[in-house]
Ligand binder design. Structure first.
Ligand code: 3PG
Length: 305
């Protein structure tokens, strides 16, 4: 059978080698499409049984073209790029690879936070993370890694997640918060880890951002859609002490950069999970999951049940 790895943002070479070994060992054929267009993807999926992607869009057009497709694995956490309803309608199993790239994203949170409080390394005196407060907005795999690292910096860590029990956070040295207002009002640093869903889209509003205490820093390594971008611009205008740093560039990035300079920063392309280690772990996990599904229908991480 054929397994297509289609990545607009390619994996590290070591990860591709690892994926190939897993696919070859199972007796399947690897087809690699890197930096392809949507058209390339539509052509390439025509005769494959398995598909591995990252943030690549897998919509109805792709599913319509993929007549043999049985399984799609998103090598990563968020699967908002995949049309789950369409997959289900076509009997295709969709899985993600939870936890495999989360340390890479968590480390970037601190890289970004330090860059902001050290004034983009411009030589002027900045501030430190030690003894500052950090609020983690969603305590999943990335959030937990952020908490672990934050404790090493000597930060006071709180988190909000309605799906995690208070006692589980407390056991990990994290103070539970019970509303977004409480989370934003009590933390100088807030790190976003909510997925993009109909409930969370544009849920981080001007009002919420303005609740940050003095010199608040909002860090977004999650999804651009969770921010109300007009509200963000208004918050930056209303609160000259606040900074916004994101690995997921907003649509109004140029306007914000022109107006607010070093108070904002955006990576040119999402790179939270773009490390060799994360590529290897997520890529190989994805390959193993595809192989297991094609072998006997294994579906432990299915997200379209
Ligand atoms: C994820 O959801 O796993 C991260 O956002 C990483 O996405 P990427 O694979 O496109 O870098």
């Amino acid at each position: 059978m054929k397994v297509l790895v289609a990545t607009e943002k390619p994996f590290a070479a070591e990860a591709v080698n690892g994926i190939k070994k897993v696919i070859d060992a199972a007796g399947h054929e690897l087809v690699l499409l890197e930096k392809g267009t949507k058209e390339d993807l539509i052509k390439a999926v025509a005769d494959v049984e398995g598909l591995i992607v990252r943030s690549d869009i897998v919509d109805k057009e792709v599913f319509d073209a993929a007549k043999q497709l049985k399984v799609v694995v998103r090598a990563g956490a968020g699967y908002d790029n995949i049309d789950l309803a369409e997959a289900t309608a076509k009997g295709v199993c969709v899985m993600n690879t939870p936890g495999q790239n989360s340390n890479a994203v968590a480390e970037l949170v601190f890289g970004m936070a330090i860059m902001m409080i050290r004034n983009h390394y411009n030589g002027k005196a900045g501030t430190e993370l030690k003894e500052k407060s950090l609020g983690i907005h969603a305590y999943g795999q990335v959030g937990r890694n952020v908490a672990r690292i934050a404790k090493g910096f000597g930060m006071a860590v709180t988190a909000l997640d309605p799906f995690v029990k208070d006692e589980d956070m407390v056991a990990e040295g994290v103070t539970p918060m019970h509303s977004v207002e409480e989370l934003y009002s009590n933390n100088q640093f807030v790190s976003l880890h909510i997925p993009a869903t109909p409930q969370t889209k544009q849920s981080v509003t001007k009002e919420l951002i303005c609740k940050l205490p003095k010199n608040g820093v909002l860090i977004n390594t999650a999804r651009k859609e969770v921010i109300d971008e007009a509200g963000l611009a208004e918050a930056l205008e209303a609160r000259p002490d606040i900074c916004y740093v994101a690995d997921v560039k907003p649509d109004n990035a140029e306007e914000l950069t022109a107006k607010y300079g070093d108070r904002v920063f955006f990576t040119p392309k999402k790179m939270g999970a773009q490390t060799a280690e994360a590529n290897i772990k997520a890529g190989i996990a994805a390959a193993e999951q595809v192989v297991a599904h094609l072998r006997d229908g294994w579906n432990r991480f299915q997200v379209n049940k």
